[in-house]
Design a protein around this ligand. Structure first.
Ligand code: V47
Length: 380
């Protein structure tokens, strides 16, 4: 597959050589990969890197997502999940007891959770103390369960609400039980486009700075890119390179998740050539270029909720090595038209991985491998 003459004919000789030698690709290389007409050639390079890093292992996590509210002060134009006020149709806000009930319900099943993923809108009334209380109470219920919660955007919002620095917010949340943060809210770092699609959200610099602060405290985090809306290939390459630079400095990004924009219920209208139905190959290319440029981020996630099961399987041949997990309940993608299920069982995830030609590896929130439990325990 990796034939030097073929890459030479595509004008990608130097990229081919760098990839085989394990050398860093430049921004120009990223642009050339987005311009290459043969996406299987781009995919084969990404697959080579993926195999060098992970072999045929493909990880998944037994997790439960909880979205505590969709009421949000940011008013992002693209977001179908958010509501501006509590009394708006479709708005919701869970109480601490609602959250704990969901956790108790998951704990009462044979499903042994290895990650609790909590994320929500930036609610105007919820104080930092409420989030500390939620973390402490969840930890009291299930002390061994790693909690992955709150994006850098939420951290900035909590800091404004509490009148303290983002670093102090992170210190307090860590003391309350936070071990990891999800990578949402990065969207696209290009400031011009950010001003159009999410003008009130934490800035790109703030998002990166807060991630670095979390890393400095030993809180590992993920990172994302929302793509397939109004951004250009140059903006994608810039986004990936800024993540890579931050990772060089602070080193705590565990996984990158490229999120294809789902258009349903969105206020952002796209030109016909960018509609979801016609962009399957662009999704695979973007995943592959991410694997190739992000040489210092260990994992690339094919998030099956947003990609759909079949495309997530294909993505495993384009550089991705993780699928996320059982999820149980998901709202952000589904309010934007995701047609995937709400959750998957362990058997379904493992079957999905095997059918795609890979080896399933069960992991926890921080990507530490966990041994499979007795089969009577893991049927979900
Ligand atoms: O921040 C919002 C994106 C993100 C849409 O870190 C949309 O392990 C597509 O970040 N179409 C939240 N995407 C989800 C997220 C995430 C999910 C799973 C795992 C992890 C992790 C992180 O979803 C938001 C935003 O970037 N988003 N609306 C939409 N219409």
């Amino acid at each position: 597959m990796l034939d030097a003459a073929y890459y030479a004919a595509l004008g990608l000789s130097s990229i081919y050589e760098k990839v085989l030698a394990g050398q860093r690709l430049s921004r120009e290389d990223g642009m050339a990969l987005f311009a290459c007409p043969d996406i299987t050639a781009v995919g084969a390079l990404a697959h080579h890197v993926r195999c060098r890093m992970h072999g045929d292992a493909t990880s998944y996590v037994v997790n439960r997502q909880i979205n505590y509210t969709n009421v949000c002060v940011n008013g992002c134009v693209f977001c179908a999940f958010r509501r501006d006020r509590d009394d708006e149709e479709g708005a919701f806000r869970l109480s601490k007891e609602d959250i704990l009930d969901r956790l108790r319900a998951a704990d009462a099943t044979p499903l042994h959770l290895d990650e609790l993923h909590i994320v929500g809108g930036c609610h105007p009334d919820l104080p930092l103390e409420w989030f500390e209380d939620v973390l402490r109470s969840a930890r009291a219920l299930n002390p061994d369960l790693p909690i992955k919660a709150f994006t850098p955007v939420e951290i900035e919002h909590f800091s404004r609400m509490a009148g303290i620095s983002t670093l102090d917010v992170l210190r307090r949340l860590k003391a309350a039980g936070l071990v990891m943060m999800p990578g949402g809210g990065a969207e696209i770092f290009d400031e011009g486009l950010r001003a159009r699609i999410c003008p009130h959200k934490a800035s790109s610099d703030a998002w990166l700075r807060i991630s670095g602060e979390a890393h400095s405290l030993g809180i590992v985090t993920n990172c994302t890119m929302l793509f397939g809306h109004l951004e250009t290939p140059a903006m994608r390459v810039d986004h990936l390179c800024r993540l890579r630079e931050q990772q060089d400095k602070s080193g705590g990004f565990t996984c990158f998740i490229p999120l294809p924009f789902l258009t349903h219920n969105s206020r952002l209208t796209l030109p016909e050539e960018k509609q979801e139905a016609v962009r399957g190959l662009d999704e695979l290319r973007t995943i592959a270029v991410s694997r190739l440029l992000l040489d210092n981020i260990p994992h690339i996630k094919a998030y099956w909720i947003m990609l759909g099961v079949k495309q997530a399987q294909a993505a495993l041949w384009y550089g991705a090595d993780d699928l996320d997990g059982t999820i149980i309940e998901e709202r952000i993608g589904h309010m934007a038209g995701a047609t995937s299920a709400q959750g998957m069982t362990i058997d379904e995830l493992e079957n999905m991985i095997r059918q795609a030609g890979f080896r399933p590896v069960r992991r926890n929130a921080t990507f530490r491998e966990v041994s499979p439990r007795a089969s009577s325990e893991v049927r979900a």
